[in-house]
Every structure is written in C-alpha cells, then in structure tokens.
Design a protein around this ligand. Structure first.
Ligand SMILES: [Zn+2]
Length: 338
C-alpha cells in the first residue's frame, strides 16, 4: 500500500492494478480466512514479538536525509508504543548499512512512470534475504520531483511478495523520527490492515455516470461518484444498521465509515456529497490519513486482524514460536465453546 498523502499522481493506476489482481465477483472479495469475522475473532491475542531488520542505504557515506540512529530509535519507541496497544512487540535488529556502486543511493523521483517503483524492488531483491525471517525495512532517500514525495510502501501479508525478498517495507528516510507516524501506519498494511477509509474512498466506480448512480448521489448515499455500486462500499454506520460492516470496507465493524481526509477534526461532512452522514467517523486511527500529531488508536477488530493475518500469512516474522502458541491457545478456546 503506498501513501499518497503528499504525492497523488500516478498512484491510482498502480493501486487499481493491484486491486484487480485480487478482485472477485458479487461480494467484497476476501483474501483469506482472516477476512472472515468468526475466524478473525477466534485468534488468540497472546503476545506477538515481530522481528524487524532495517537496511539503510547510505548516501555519500552517511545515513540519508540527516537521519541518525537516535532518530531511528525514537521511531522504534513510537512503534512499540502504538503497536503495544495490540499486544504486538518488536525485536529491532541493529540496522545494516549498505553502499554500492551497483545501485543508486536515492530512489528516483516520484512521477507518472514506474521507474521509482522498479528501483525500490531492485534494491529489495539485492539487499533482502530471499527467505525472510523478519519484516525487512528498506530506508533510502528519494530524489525530489514535481510529483511530490512518497512517504513509504508496505506489503500486504496476502501479497505473494510478502514471503519473498520483494516484501517488507520501504521507508523514505526523510519521514523517520520520533514524531513521524508513516512507519507506524505502513506496518499496519504489513500486518493486514486496510485504510479506515477503504470502503469509502478506495473503491471502484464501474458504472459512474449511470442514472442509478446519479440517484444515489442525489440521496447523499455515495461519497465518491457511484461508490455504492461497489460491493466493498462501506455506508455510514448510523444510516444503515442493516449492514454487516465486517464484510465491507476495511472488514472491521468497529472502525466507522469515513472518507479520506487529512486533518485532525472529526470528519462530518463529505466534501463531495455535502451530506453529514459521516458524523462520528474516526479521526485518530493509525490507518487513516489524519496528521501524525493526532493518530494513535487501533481497534479490537484491527487487533484480531493483525494477529490472525500475521500468523496465517507471514508467521516467519514472529519470534519464539509465537504463532504456534497462538494456534494452540485458540484451539483450546474453540474446544471450550464446542
Ligand atoms: Zn496507507
């Protein structure tokens, strides 16, 4: 999942390519058992310690963008604090420094091409182990460009790349430090979390412009042109109590429907529909796009997804047999209820 808080051009097409790969017919497509609420909620919430290997690509012999190991440590403390809420801890292996004439020290500028994206993948293949035993985090600078700045790119656990040297996470070195939250947010994608606005602002509009679509827009039910024609559409919870919100959007019923927004206020009025149906939508969730200063929350459904998806798809990043213990605990849990 790539972030386009500051750089939006050329991203949507790639996002949609990726989505198309996983899309199905009829209902909102699921990537695995952990997208089913009953499976998700039977996951034991025993502690999970995740190993993280950081790879810093040096620029002119130094860490890029003025990043220091103290700043990285401050970021890691922030990660422990935010994810500790979900019983997730980290083992941060000491950062490895890399330098080579074979690859560029900075990712090329962000533009409409895929050059920057290919460069990231090339670096990952070069520096990461083919069989990862950790979440590999690639830290580099990026050449500034007119398209804006890319902050970070996580890999969903159900993406086949997650178990290879093309998985892990790329972070722009300029966005690491004690008060930054991009890293915290990106790890959420690695753990299987969608954006809280996924069911409102990240959906297909295959029939945009049809009469049905226009009628729904007039009724104020769609926040994005013809959103409601998409099977993943997450309507405002207070207006549509009949919905099973665990089956749409981010698959978490306890994160209210919200559109993508970039400020710390509680979102109410959708800027496109001009309807106030989103009253009470979350503005402090780490998986939203509110500023770093006001995001620090995660919910119980997000917690269950994180533990379920991580142990289902990427158990190799969890230390001390954490996933095996989880499975044993959830089996005895189920035994009790049988
Ligand atoms: Zn994101």
């Amino acid at each position: 999942m790539w972030e386009y808080r500051k750089a939006r051009y050329g991203v949507k097409s790639i996002f949609e390519d990726k989505m198309t790969k996983y899309n199905g017919e009829g209902s909102c497509p699921k990537q695995g058992g952990c997208d089913i609420a009953s499976v998700r909620d039977s996951t034991a919430m025993t502690p999970m310690k995740v190993r993280v290997r950081t790879h810093v690509v040096l620029q002119d012999g130094a860490w890029p963008n003025g990043l220091t190991s103290d700043m990285l440590k401050a970021q890691e403390a922030s990660l422990k604090k935010d994810w500790g809420q979900l019983n997730v801890d980290f083992d941060f292996v000491e950062a490895e420094e890399h330098t080579s004439s074979k690859y560029p020290s900075c990712i090329p500028e962000y533009d409409g091409s895929n050059v920057w994206y290919d460069a990231i993948n090339e670096l990952k293949r070069t520096l990461f182990d083919a069989e990862p035993d950790a979440i590999n985090v690639l830290v580099t600078c990026q050449t500034p460009g007119s398209g804006g700045t890319l902050l970070g790119i996580g890999t969903f656990p159900w993406d086949p790349a997650a178990a290879t040297n093309e998985g892990g996470l790329w972070m722009n070195a300029a966005h690491i430090g004690g008060t930054h939250k991009t890293y915290n947010h990106e790890l959420g994608h690695n753990f299987g979390l969608w954006h809280t606005f996924h069911g409102v602002s990240e959906i297909f509009c295959p029939t945009e412009g049809t009469e049905d679509c226009k009628a729904l827009m007039r009724m104020g039910l769609c926040s994005w042109a013809c959103a409601c024609m998409d099977p993943c559409w997450e309507p405002p919870h207070n207006l549509h109590p009949e919905y099973d919100y665990n089956n749409v959007g981010d698959f978490c019923a306890d994160t209210g429907a919200t559109f993508r927004h970039w400020d710390c206020t509680t979102p109410t009025t959708d800027p496109i529909c001009e309807a106030d149906e989103f009253t009470g939508a979350p503005n402090d969730n780490i998986m939203g796009y509110s500023p770093d200063s006001c995001i620090n929350k995660l919910t119980p459904h997000q917690q269950a997804r994180v533990h379920c998806w991580t142990c289902d798809a990427t158990p190799f990043v969890v230390e001390n047999g954490g996933c095996a213990k989880k499975r044993a605990a959830s089996q005895s849990l189920r035994g009790h209820h049988a």
